[in-house]
Design a protein around this ligand. Structure first.
Ligand SMILES: C[S@@+](CC[C@H](N)C(=O)[O-])C[C@H]1O[C@@H](n2cnc3c(N)ncnc32)[C@H](O)[C@@H]1O
Length: 357
């Protein structure tokens, strides 16, 4: 059965110099001004007020996140890098029996993924690299770096929401396997129910020969968690406050960031690091493109991000509840972070049994 193209823009029709496709710029714009406006209108009209975390990643937000990953307090990147360096070959062997795609959902700067890409090159296996990210800036940077530093790597980047990436996966019918990456604790941005929902949708797009490599930040000393989200240089605060600048720029709002502060806290009960922007005084903000005024009370928060932390038992039940078998679990030396290889539990269809084209 031929699967439908994603949003009417089949990848194979991309012009050869189109190393990435911006699906947000296609007819069915995913993150148009209207969509941003709608998300902000809904979020700031809710009680308590909240904004979806993906809005933090405009071009400046992505640059700031890259700085965060280099901070001494931000352990997840170092831990995951250690895991990937130690187990790259084992991970790749889970899909390398036939040609495959490395599909990186929320790829960011892709630096850690390059550990897998370089190992796949050393193994001389047939693979394509398909990074997907909502941030056009991050995608531009990643694709041009790969093109310069690894001209032999076949790369096709997608500027798109995770869900469009999942639909892209379902649209592939060339018999290749997929190693789907969800690294950097991206899953932590979903609460438990939404994590199950997202992984179940991903399951529906995967074939029996595909594998998911998923990074979980593990529960650990609370002080270490707090430090990672409240770094001494204030980069995480800047990352969060940048969201107000984005709304000023893109929706013609008049947030005055000197009246706001970043607050990162750990909820021991839910197991989530939670990030907020807190209004330090009574204020009214005009968002011109929404033709709305929003009032904030002193110390009223806007929730901006969750980063859920996991116990191995939580990961096991999440896998089971969303249709996967845990095939391997790789931890860093400190036991702070885990990259799991999950296999979708499903029956093979004919295409999965025949060799890829
Ligand atoms: C925490 S960073 C991790 C980046 C990378 N995976 C890593 O491990 O270094 C999250 C990345 O996911 C992207 N992202 C966040 N929400 C997204 C969404 N809903 N759809 C697509 N990308 C998203 C961001 O732009 C950012 O690059």
């Amino acid at each position: 059965m031929t699967r439908p193209p994603v949003l009417g823009v089949p990848l194979n029709d991309a012009k050869t110099d189109d190393l990435y496709l911006d699906l947000t710029q296609s007819n069915q714009r995913l993150n148009s001004d209207q969509e941003l406006g709608y998300e902000v209108l809904v979020g700031l009209s809710s009680l308590p007020k909240r904004l979806p975390s993906h809005l933090i990643y405009d071009d400046r937000g992505s640059e700031l996140f890259q700085r965060i990953m280099g901070l001494p307090e931000y352990y997840p990147t170092r831990c995951e890098e250690q895991i990937l360096r130690a187990y790259a070959r084992e991970i790749l062997n889970s899909v390398a029996k036939r040609p495959f795609n490395i599909v990186d959902l929320g790829a960011g700067d892709g630096k850690k993924t390059m550990i897998l890409v370089e190992e796949a090159q050393r193994m001389k296996v047939d693979f394509r690299f398909v990074p997907i990210d909502i941030s056009a800036g991050a995608m531009r940077g990643l694709v041009s770096r790969v093109r310069t530093e690894h001209p032999d790597v076949a790369i096709q980047g997608l500027v798109a929401e995770y869900t469009a990436g999942v639909r892209w996966l379902a649209s592939q019918s060339d018999g290749r396997s997929n190693l789907v990456l969800f690294l950097g604790s991206n899953i932590g941005n979903f609460d438990r129910a939404n994590a199950r929902g997202f992984l179940s949708r991903l399951w529906a797009s995967m074939r029996v020969t595909d594998r998911l490599l998923i990074g979980f930040d593990l529960k650990k000393d609370i002080d270490r968690l707090l430090a990672a989200y409240n770094d001494s240089e204030g980069v995480t605060a800047e990352f969060n406050l940048n969201l107000l600048d984005r709304l000023n720029k893109e929706l013609e709002a008049d947030f005055d960031r000197s009246r706001w502060r970043h607050f990162g806290t750990y909820n021991v009960f839910s197991g989530a690091m939670e990030s907020y922007l807190v209004s330090m005084e009574h204020q009214t903000v005009h968002i011109n493109r929404l033709e709305r005024l929003f009032t904030f009370e002193p110390w009223e928060p806007i929730h901006t991000e969750y980063s859920y932390k996991y116990l191995p038992a939580d990961m096991d039940s999440l896998a089971a509840d969303s249709g996967y078998r845990v095939e391997a679990r790789f931890l860093d030396q400190d036991g702070w972070f885990s990259d799991d290889v999950w296999a979708p539990i499903k029956r093979p269809v004919e295409a999965d049994l025949s060799p890829a084209e």
